[in-house]
Design a binder for this molecule. Structure first.
Ligand SMILES: C[S@@+](CC[C@H](N)C(=O)[O-])C[C@H]1O[C@@H](n2cnc3c(N)ncnc32)[C@H](O)[C@@H]1O
Length: 408
């Protein structure tokens, strides 16, 4: 075991298949698991098969062979050496290594590769993304389409499609759009029965102060509002658009400024609906408010078969990626052939590797409807909050992948 550990620290250069792949294969074939932790390794050597995963122990020395490899990766790998390392990753995955395991520093292998200077577009990082995508899609199939949450030891790339807090997605996969440790974000019915409060720069739950929407997203909302008016339109005044999730009304204010022909707003929370009434949204001549969950309102629109949209935007709270999968079914029936669908993309954004995995998953999922998703990468370093007053930040990347989905 310790020999395997030693091998993965790259004691010899150059890194060649001969020097590394053969011994790695023989260690793995001999039964050393690709997912062992140091505690498990010690137990294995003692012949104690019941040793629990060290993930259960806070502050342990939890790691896996792939983490050791990533932590020790030379920063000056040649092209040939990179190919050899890629084969090592392939082999570790083949023997069960997990793309989303976290080690003693709460790091995933993808995080470590970036820290070791591996480029995002590089073969090694992309191999981890590929493994993440395959694992997520496979687990979804195994679950029969049901998405389950990760065990808290693995992470939760939860997908925070929207706002609130953090994310999930994965492994046991999948996809909570918001991975909030609190029930309000995790469970839609709990959320809809929770009192909300508007502060100066946020919409929060009254008791726990979970952010439902925060002002820092303003620039993203502006971009999203622009995307809802596709260039195929002769004038923005011809547009019929739909926004799902009013929140602070930031995007709706940007949409109104463009003067669309019709502006539908779907909102489920009674406190938000009360605020919309108070602020005069019901009196605006081009606004149609659809009260209730989109799951109900939009299916009604679909059944009526009369309204089709140039632009649809989705940004809700306490929903999961599984909800987005359901939403795609509705979107394809409601959007015009030239229309554009976009959403607040916080999917997995609490960790770069998860954000990259979910970026690909969205592309794959919408492709099954004959749609493509184009992402624009936006630097948001200057607008990200410091999260001081928030229990757990839901967005930890310095950039934002703005999605624009349309028929091919
Ligand atoms: C993050 S906020 C939207 C922020 C908005 N984009 C803005 O610019 O202010 C999410 C909103 O979605 C609403 N919501 C949550 N689940 C919903 C559902 N299933 N159907 C409709 N609205 C929902 C919430 O009540 C909340 O007002």
């Amino acid at each position: 075991m310790s020999e395997l550990h030693h091998l993965l620290t790259f004691p010899v250069r150059p890194v060649t298949e001969e020097a590394y792949l053969k011994p790695l294969a023989s260690f793995l074939k001999s039964g050393i698991p690709a997912t062992y932790t140091l505690e498990q390794a010690a137990a294995f050597e003692r012949g104690d098969e019941d040793e629990n995963d060290d993930n259960d122990k806070e502050g342990g020395s939890n790691t896996t062979p792939m983490h050791i490899l990533a932590r020790s990766l030379p920063e000056d790998l040649t092209e040939e050496e990179t190919c050899a390392v890629l084969k090592m990753l392939d082999m570790l995955f083949e023997y069960g290594a997990g793309w989303s395991f976290l080690d003693y520093e709460n790091k995933a292998v993808g995080d470590l590769l970036l820290e070791r200077g591996q480029p995002k577009g590089g073969q090694l990082y992309q191999r981890i993304v590929e493994a993440g995508v395959s694992a997520e899609l496979l687990l979804r199939k195994i679950d029969g389409g049901e998405v389950e949450f990760l065990d808290e030891n693995e992470f939760d790339p939860s997908t925070n499609v929207n706002e609130p807090v953090d994310v999930v997605t994965s492994s046991e996969t999948a996809a909570k759009i918001t991975d909030d440790p609190d029930a309000t974000a995790g469970d839609q019915m709990t959320y809809l029965n929770t009192k909300l409060e508007y502060t100066e720069d946020a919409l929060v739950t009254e008791e726990n102060r979970d952010g439902v929407m925060m002002e820092w997203e303003d620039q993203i909302m502006k971009l999203a509002a622009d995307a809802m008016f596709p260039s195929s339109l002769e004038s923005p005044h011809d547009a019929i658009v739909l926004n799902i999730g009013f929140g602070m009304g930031i995007i709706d204010t940007y949409i109104q400024a463009k003067g669309p022909q019709k502006h539908y707003i779907c909102e489920a929370h009674p406190d938000v609906i009360a605020k919309m009434k108070k602020d005069g949204w019901y009196e605006k001549p081009n606004v149609v408010v659809l009260e209730g969950r989109w799951q109900d309102s939009l299916n009604k629109l679909l059944d009526e078969g009369e309204t089709f949209f140039d632009g649809i935007y989705y940004d809700t709270f306490s929903e999961h990626y599984q909800d987005m999968l359901d939403l795609y079914d509705v979107i394809v029936g409601l959007i015009k052939p030239e229309g554009v669908f976009s959403f607040f993309n916080g999917l997995g954004a609490d960790r770069e590797i998860c954000y990259d995995v979910y970026k690909k998953i969205v592309e794959i999922d919408v492709a099954t409807y004959g749609m493509k998703c184009e992402f624009e990468t936006i630097d948001i370093t200057k607008i990200l909050p410091d999260w001081k007053d928030v229990k757990r930040s839901y967005y930890n990347c310095n950039y934002y992948y703005h999605p624009r989905i349309s028929f091919i």
